[in-house]
Design a protein around this ligand. Structure first.
Ligand code: ADP
Ligand code: MG
Ligand code: ZN
Length: 476
């Protein structure tokens, strides 16, 4: 039997206004090579200057994951030649990164947590893009020099489920911290997956392969599964040493397999050395203070939701996994909605409807204030749950968001007034004398009939709790 060992390197594109070493904008989708200057074009003599905002955002992640934030860190040059990198080196942090160590807690299926140790998080400049068209290629350097934070974990994960849970937690964390939009389709959150296997019980790690640049949770899981099987088969066939060696592979989406990208023969020699153009990055107290301004993070939210709001662990994990959902839910509570009722209405009623309409929470036609108000009206019995659903359906199709006006317009105000309900009950009982007799002589089941008739006569507006209570009174 084998054990899987996984370590991840995640590249997060920081959402700074300008690039890491120059003041060119980082805006996406501009005309090719327009967001450039002598520095990010690597023209001779141009000098880099570190972007303070990028450093602060890296530090903020450091504080969020209980890491050491180094008050002095260094930049190194990693040499390689590729057309999209005009300097023929990448500026990165090798020996002394701005963030070292730290920990991320992942949420497992059974509701427990596991600690994943972190190695470091370092700042580095992204390369440009090669665009291949027919028989020629073009280079767009708009992305050249965009700040990346490379976040490296220890080899602490033991299954693809753990790896995906780690990525999801990190993804939501950087979004809460607002240091990256972490858009996976656009490549602002992508990862390299390091995978090895070892016989159960063996302490030494096996040989790892690195699968580069995967940008979806699904592909991460698939690539790990494929790689584990490949390595296991090699082991069992007695060809592990020949077939599994430290190399870079890529995930071929179409073929559903990992393929060798750079073999050990072609292992790159990066000739790392300290960048002589950049002085050490020294953080100031002002930067530290700004980096420590922190929103409430998912773990703290889950604790508060479960312990103070009485919400089930499962629901708390779902809602806090995405900041948009958590903020939506919290805004509902501000309208006076009861937490447990709010969560049901949010997860089953709203998310259900959005799902059907192919919408996400960000572009929900019903905002948190409106749903919160609606739920508060259900909790205080102004309307019934059924009435609430009717209003939601109405809102999905129509413009009006005025809850009070819709209650009026759709005639959904619930009657809780004893007198009005008793009038209806008395009429029902008078018209069904025979059934009243049967009920009194022991046919308990008829109670449901009386409730049903009363609700029907009230066109569903009578408060069901009240109807039950008053019927019991009258029939006893
Ligand atoms: P490099 O600098 O060559 O990329 P590192 O030692 O920094 O190598 O490791 C990079 C990543 O590989 C880290 O995320 C680490 O956790 C992971 N890793 C290291 N050894 C193993 C292994 N035997 N199996 C799986 N992952 C590993
Ligand atoms: Mg690496
Ligand atoms: Zn520039």
């Amino acid at each position: 039997m084998f054990e899987t060992v996984i370590g991840l390197e995640v590249h997060v594109q920081l959402n700074t206004k300008t690039k890491l070493f120059c003041s060119c904008p980082t805006s996406f989708g501009e005309h090719q090579n327009s967001n450039t200057c002598p520095t990010c074009l690597a023209l001779p003599g141009a000098l880099p200057v570190v972007n303070k905002e990028a450093a602060i955002k890296a530090m903020r992640l450091g504080y969020a994951i209980n890491a050491n934030v180094n008050h002095t860190s260094h930049f190194d040059r990693k040499s390689y030649f590729y057309p999209d990198s005009p300097s023929a080196y990448q500026i990165t942090q090798l020996a002394k990164a701005i963030v070292q160590k730290g920990e991320v807690f992942i949420d497992l299926e059974d509701g427990s947590q596991k600690r994943i140790g972190m190695t470091q998080a370092h700042l580095e400049a992204d390369a440009g893009k090669n665009i291949h068209e027919g028989d020629h290629s073009k280079v767009d350097l708009n992305r050249s020099g965009t700040p990346l934070l490379e976040i490296v974990s220890n080899p602490d994960m033991r299954s693809s489920e753990e790896a995906v849970a780690f990525l999801k937690k990190l993804h939501s964390t950087v979004r809460y911290l607002d240091i990256s939009d972490a858009n996976m389709q656009e490549g602002s959150f992508r990862c390299d997956v390091n995978v090895s296997i070892r016989p159960k019980g063996q302490e030494a790690f096996g040989t790892r392969v690195e699968i580069k640049n995967i940008n979806s949770f699904k592909f991460v899981a698939a690539a790990i599964a494929y790689e584990v099987q490949r390595q296991t088969e090699a082991y069992e066939d007695g060809v592990y040493d020949e077939e599994v060696y430290q190399e870079t592979r890529l995930w071929d989406v179409e073929a559903g397999e990992t393929r060798s990208m750079r073999g050990k023969e072609e292992a790159a020699d990066y000739r790392y050395f300290p960048d002589p153009d950049l002085r050490p990055l020294i953080v100031t107290q002002e930067m530290i203070d700004e980096a420590k301004i922190m929103p409430e993070l998912p773990d703290a939210k889950v604790k508060r939701y479960t312990e103070e709001l009485g919400i089930k662990m499962y629901d708390a994990l779902v809602i806090t996994s995405d900041k948009e959902m958590a903020y939506y839910f919290e805004e509902m509570l501000e309208q006076g909605a009861v937490p447990k009722t709010a969560i049901t209405w949010f997860t089953s009623e709203l998310l259900g409807r959005l799902n059907k309409a192919g919408l996400s929470i960000e572009n929900s036609p019903i905002d948190a204030k409106t749903l919160g108000t609606l739920v508060a009206k259900i909790s205080d019995d102004t309307i019934s749950g059924k009435g609430g659903k009717e209003i939601l359906d109405h809102m999905m199709e129509n413009e009006s968001r005025d809850v009070d006006a819709l209650i009026e317009e759709l005639g959904l105000a619930q009657v809780s007034d004893d007198g009005a309900i008793l009038d209806i009950i008395d009429e029902i009982l008078a018209n069904n004398q025979d059934k009243v007799e049967q009920y009194k002589s022991g046919k308990d089941k008829l109670f449901g009939f009386f409730v049903g008739q009363t609700m029907k006569a009230s066109k569903g507006t009578a408060n069901p709790g009240k109807v039950n209570e008053l019927l019991k009174q009258r029939l006893s």
